[in-house]
Design a protein. Structure first.
Lengths: 168, 280
């Protein structure tokens, strides 16, 4: 990782955590639907970057959000999980050859981008809500929360990637 | 690497699901407290009018109460048990609030010199809010009543039948809670007031909770499940009070002589069995 990349990632990490805890945790759309767009950090982490580092950073990211929202280790677990399966997701949505091209999320094909973001968000949210609710008798609640929050997050993430994609 | 970190976070998760073991990850620490404090310093201005109204309301109510105690001597003798109970109140400000999850917590900014401890009750001018979960020097995190771990002893205002106040996460409605285990012979009427019971050492008797919205017999036909509309608007809390029970130690010593480690757990269960038998 180059120096500028490092700075960008640190900055992104801090900004995302702050925005998540101060803004997105308090949206409460329809009473309880909150988006969790901070996971974009894991999604746009350089595709060729170190995998163990990403898992560790995912843990830190989730733990920071956890500390602020008093949720034990729920976000940390979901983020570590997402960071762990990211290579699989990349292979699934961009084809096997993703490692050889220096592909960037903002430049990728729109369909592939949607697949990648949606699958990642749904898996992350499913892990998140199963752990948060942690009760098999409330399985419907888990699925409902996952569905609504996922839609919200996916829309937000697609907007964010469009907004911050550099044309060059 | 993955497994190691995953297990750690799972451990923290499981830890957070059991009622207050030592929690490591809470927003009561200096770092998150400071950030939430900055935030509330900015956002407080937007609700100043509402806060003023609430405080004026409370002042009016307290003045009326003061007036009536001065005027009538009977009132004092009737309520002497309540009045002599030594509770200390500390002010605090809500700097972060959540109500959309299944386990909701608030973060308070308290005065640094107040000796707040875990397991003290928190109320607002309108009613019950929650129980202190973790404390640092200037901040405290509160387990809200809108938390599936919370189970608070409450009773009907006009009789002595009591039950447990819990929250149903299925509806995720921040204005409603459930009162379960009210015995069948209790005179439950829609619109009646529910108050705290004072059988636990956390809340004094008579803190307002809410009014009965509807009720039905539970599955085993012996108890009522009562749905309560809370007096408090849990989505908009600003100034709250932390209650210290000065007789807590004495009560604990009498209830469980000897084993000190059981005390904390016993207390959270609201002492169900022995007193339930005595009541009936």
């Amino acid at each position: 990782m180059q120096n500028s990349d490092l700075l960008i990632n640190i900055g992104r990490f801090l900004v995302l955590v702050v925005v998540q805890i101060l803004l997105f945790n308090h949206i409460n759309f329809l009473g309880y639907v909150n988006p969790y767009p901070y996971i974009i950090f894991i999604l746009v982490f350089p595709f060729t970057g170190n995998k163990s580092l990403l898992i560790f950073l995912g843990f830190l990211l989730g733990l920071s959000v956890d500390i602020f929202s008093d949720s034990g280790g729920v976000h940390a677990a979901a983020c570590v999980f997402l960071a762990y399966i990211r290579p699989l997701l990349l292979k699934f949505s961009f084809g096997v050859s993703y490692e050889f091209n220096t592909i960037k999320l903002s430049k990728a094909d729109f369909g592939a981008r949607i697949t990648y973001v949606s699958v990642a968000v749904v898996l992350h949210h499913l892990a998140l809500f199963s752990l948060e609710i942690f009760n098999i008798s409330h399985i419907l609640l888990v699925l409902k929360s996952t569905l609504f929050s996922s839609i919200f997050t996916i829309v937000l993430l697609l907007c964010i990637t469009l907004l911050f994609s550099r044309k060059n | 690497m993955f497994l190691f970190l995953f297990v750690i976070s799972l451990g923290l998760t499981v830890n957070s699901h059991s009622y207050h073991k030592n929690k490591y990850v809470t927003s009561a620490n200096f770092f998150s407290g400071t950030i939430y404090n900055w935030k509330s310093n900015v956002t407080d201005y937007f609700s100043l009018r509402e806060q003023n109204d609430a405080l004026a309301d409370e002042n009016m109510r307290l003045r009326t109460l003061l007036r009536s105690t001065q005027d009538t001597i009977i009132f004092e003798t009737l309520d002497s048990t309540v009045l002599t109970t030594p509770y200390t109140y500390y002010p605090a400000k809500v700097i972060n609030n959540s109500y959309a999850k299944t386990k909701n917590y608030l973060t308070l900014r308290k005065r640094a010199e107040d000796a707040i401890e875990t397991d003290m009750g928190v109320i607002s001018s309108k009613g019950i809010v929650g129980i202190i979960n973790k404390v640092s020097r200037k901040y405290a995190s509160v387990q809200s009543i809108l938390n599936t771990n919370s189970k608070i002893n409450a009773k009907l205002k006009n009789s002595f039948h009591f039950g447990s106040l819990v929250w149903d996460p299925e509806t995720k409605n921040p204005n409603e809670a459930k009162l379960v285990d009210i015995p069948r012979q209790a005179p439950v009427v829609v619109g009646d007031t529910i108050v705290t019971d004072g059988k636990s050492t956390i809340f004094p008797r008579g803190i307002l909770v809410g009014t009965i919205k509807e009720f039905e017999l539970s599955n085993n036909q012996d108890y009522y499940d009562v749905t309560i509309t809370l007096f408090n608007d849990m989505t908009s809390l600003h100034h709250v009070y932390i209650i210290e029970n000065n007789e807590k130690e004495a009560i604990k010593q009498i209830e469980n002589p000897g084993d000190a480690s059981v005390l904390e757990i016993q207390q959270s269960n609201n002492q169900e069995t022995p007193q339930a038998n005595a009541e009936q």
